[in-house]
Design a binder for this molecule. Structure first.
Ligand code: TXE
Length: 485
């Protein structure tokens, strides 16, 4: 399994060129060199994909759960069989270390298919009995053709997180990966073909957001959209989908607080905080980019944290010794460096990092950056309010629990929050009051795929995961049968 020089779309079970016959470049961000060409698809390709999905829908939606399980589980197994090749493709495409693709991204893509293959065998609905009058029961029916649009930070991980539940409950899918990381989605098409997924059940369209992505959102036959990406793009998608009354699930950005109390398990907290700050180069919507530390341990934390951050090695993603690889694109590096300049203008003190890293040899055109820790900023400044989505965190002291809560809730985002404390009462009290869809206490990024996943405020609308995803991808119909008379 290899990345070809030119990727294709996967429509109706066939690997096909885009209607325009045009392609654009997909550079490897660790070297700046061309990795492959991406089809520049547009609404004509999307129309073909929707037609193929519509054709496949009657048979796929009626397939028995055990038969659907077999195919979806074979896709899961196919991902596992090709783990090494997929992990390498993911690292070359996104710049993330190979050890990370191998241990997190690709195993999770496998789990996504495995989880929803089995979940659809257990999915059930409710009944409401009106005593001596009638019985209501609820049908959960697949929607038809649905659209899944995913980002570049966790490419195959998030692509499959949407596709697997959509397929599991009987929909046919038109999906688009990010144009910045298109490779593993292309390879997934090959795995689906081998697993015997009927043609048209999953269609993968490559291309940019403006043409290919928007065409999926606007197509009248696509009845639901599941999107993960930036908040501005989410707003644009919502404005297009809402007047057409499409179902929408939006998982958007975050500016997550990491709240540290003096009574926490210090060593575990520091180690985890390095990961929650710089994991995947800070390019995870769940990273804790605002670190709030109880004043009495502020200096102790700063010393211990900086000591560990300074040991992080940034380099070739394929080298096992690299803790951090390249950023996802040259454009993203530029955006983050611009944020550093803004932070300095706002009065930030750079405790470590802040600069681009220029590696030599074949990596001289790669997009690398120092892990960056800032302090001394006002909580309302741009650096503490806007999602930077890179290896940049700010440190801010607090005196009381109430002050920490106010600062934590003081942004337009509300995806996740982390609390470090050994006071159980405080943990529960704060978890209840934090404006976030996900709260971690004394841990970070512990994920159980059955739990609801999503944000409040500008971090999104709706929830993914477990039954939530399966409910999103189905329509509920109540049937009321009177029998009283
Ligand atoms: O993502 P976009 P961008 C945040 C992060 C980042 C910022 C912008 O702060 O710096 O968003 O990233 C498709 N109709 N996150 O611009 O544009 C696009 O092709 C339909 C947080 O790279 O949101 C891609 O497949 N689709 C985040 C997907 O949307 C459109 C992860 C995401 O791209 C479209 C990524 C349109 N009009 C970035 N325009 C998270 N929540 O984890 C673009 N797309």
């Amino acid at each position: 399994m290899k990345i070809p020089a030119k990727l294709s779309n996967y429509i109706g079970g066939k690997f096909v060129a885009p209607h325009t016959k045009q392609y654009f470049d997909n550079p490897n961000p660790s070297t700046g060199k061309l990795l492959c060409k991406i089809p520049d698809s547009d609404k004509r390709d999307v129309a073909k994909a929707v037609a193929a999905a519509e054709k496949a829908f009657p048979a796929w939606s009626k397939l028995s759960p055990p038969k659907r399980f077999k195919i979806l589980n074979d896709i899961a197994e196919g991902i596992l069989t090709n783990l090494d090749a997929l992990a390498k493709a993911e690292s070359m495409d996104s710049g993330k270390p190979l050890w990370l693709s191998k241990s997190v991204d690709i195993p999770r893509a496998h789990q996504n298919f495995q989880f929803f293959a089995t979940a659809q065998m257990q999915f059930s609905t409710g009944a409401h009995h009106m005593r001596e009058e009638a019985i209501n029961y609820t049908l959960r029916q697949p929607i038809g053709v649905v659209g899944c649009i995913s980002p570049w930070n966790l490419p195959l991980y998030l692509f499959t997180w949407k596709i697997a539940p959509a397929l599991a409950v009987g929909n046919c899918v038109v999906a688009k990966p990010s144009e910045i990381t298109p490779c593993t989605a292309y390879l997934l098409g090959q795995i689906c073909e081998k697993a015997g997924l009927p043609p048209g059940v999953l269609n993968i369209i490559q291309g940019n957001g403006q043409n290919a992505g928007q065409a999926i959102v606007e197509h009248p036959k696509v009845k639901a959209i599941s999107f993960t990406g930036g908040t501005a793009t989410g707003a644009r998608i919502a404005s297009l989908a809402a007047p057409k009354f499409k179902k929408l699930s939006l998982e958007l950005g975050g500016k997550n607080p990491n709240i540290i109390f003096a009574d926490c398990d210090f060593n575990k907290m520091v180690k985890t905080s390095v990961g929650s700050s710089f994991g995947n180069n800070g390019q995870i919507c769940l990273c804790g980019s605002r670190i709030y530390i109880e004043e009495k341990i502020y200096d102790k934390f700063k010393r211990a944290f900086l000591k560990q951050v300074k040991t992080l090695k940034v380099g070739d993603p394929l080298n096992v010794k690299s803790n951090l690889g390249a950023l996802s694109s040259a454009g993203h590096l530029e955006k983050i460096l611009n944020h550093i300049e803004i932070a300095k203008e706002e009065g930030a003190k750079v405790l470590t990092g802040g600069k681009q890293i220029k590696l030599g040899g074949k990596f001289s055109k790669g997009s690398y950056m120092e892990p960056t820790v800032l302090e001394g900023l006002d909580i309302n400044c741009r650096t503490n309010q806007e999602e930077i989505f890179g290896p940049v965190v700010t440190l801010t002291p607090f005196k009381t629990e109430a002050a920490a809560l106010k600062m934590a809730n003081g942004t337009n985002y509300g995806l996740s929050a982390t609390i470090w404390t050994s006071d159980l009462n405080r943990a529960h009290r704060m978890a209840e009051k934090l404006e976030a869809g996900i709260v971690w206490v004394n841990c970070w990024l512990k994920r159980d795929l059955r739990t609801p996943f999503g944000g409040v405020k500008n971090s999104g609308v709706g929830r993914e995961g477990g039954w939530e995803a399966m409910r999103f991808f189905t329509e509920a119909k109540n049937v009321c049968v009177a029998y009283g008379e």
